[in-house]
Ligand binder design. Structure first.
Ligand code: C5P
Length: 222
């Protein structure tokens, strides 16, 4: 049996991609499988936490013993997160949220024509919203990058007012979207930088929870 070191904690995890509708049959999305977020949710459950998983569309089965809220768009994910934020102790945002969305959603299927230009607007940044308005919550973000990994991750940690960020280079072998393994570096607010070996997403999830618990108890004592 796992140590129940998250007993009594309420955890909110987001996972998977989002879909931004173009018309009733088309959307913009990305390659996220949801595996990392589901692993984070399952690990927390097995360590005794009460877990809510806000999930974009994935092919993964709903994890037993976890409250799952299925959403499609950034807007729906934002609303689901804000609704549960006050009641959460730890928020981990693994979802690959769309940065842009179509400015207007066509009511009917777009007809084939010559050239088509899609106008995109910035989607709301859920993590930034959570980071800026958090009170007691410990907030963890993910940073999927293809270059300058640690620089961008540190910048995100500051800009989005996070307590921790998990950085992964999505171009690396055995890392990133769709794979069962990941190679990540955990960075914390206090400047600690912990690179991890390649391991299964479940093992990465356990390491993340180890780090969150270590930082939270340090915060509770100081
Ligand atoms: O800035 P970037 O999108 O790379 O940051 C990644 C982190 O921000 C992830 O934790 C992701 O879940 C979160 N995010 C978000 N809302 C967005 C974009 C990203 O919550 N619109």
């Amino acid at each position: 049996a796992k140590p129940q070191d998250l007993a009594g904690k309420k955890v909110l995890v987001t996972a998977g991609p989002t879909r931004e509708r173009i018309d009733p049959v088309r959307f913009i999305s990305n390659d996220s499988s949801g595996k990392m977020g589901y692993a984070v949710a399952e690990a927390a459950r097995d360590r005794g936490a009460e877990v809510c998983l806000v999930s974009g569309p994935t092919n993964l089965p709903a994890p037993p013993g976890v409250t799952i809220v299925r959403v499609e768009s950034v807007q729906q994910m934002l609303e689901a997160v804000l609704q549960r934020m006050a009641d959460s102790d730890v928020i981990i945002k693994t979802a690959a949220v769309s940065d842009y969305r179509p400015k207007t959603v066509a009511m009917h299927k777009l007809k084939k024509q010559g050239e088509l230009t899609l106008e995109l607007e910035k989607a709301p940044d859920i993590l930034q919203t959570v980071g800026q308005s958090k009170t007691h919550q410990f907030v963890v973000g993910f940073a999927a990058e293809t270059e300058e990994l640690l620089t961008y991750a540190k910048d995100k940690l500051e800009r989005k007012n996070l307590d921790m960020i998990v950085a992964n280079n999505v171009l690396m072998d055995g890392a990133g979207m769709g794979t069962d393994t990941n190679v990540v570096t955990i960075l914390t607010r206090d400047g600690e930088v912990v690179p991890l070996e390649k391991m299964s997403k479940r093992e990465v999830a356990e390491k993340i929870w180890d780090a969150v618990i270590a930082k939270q108890s340090a915060r509770a004592i100081s």
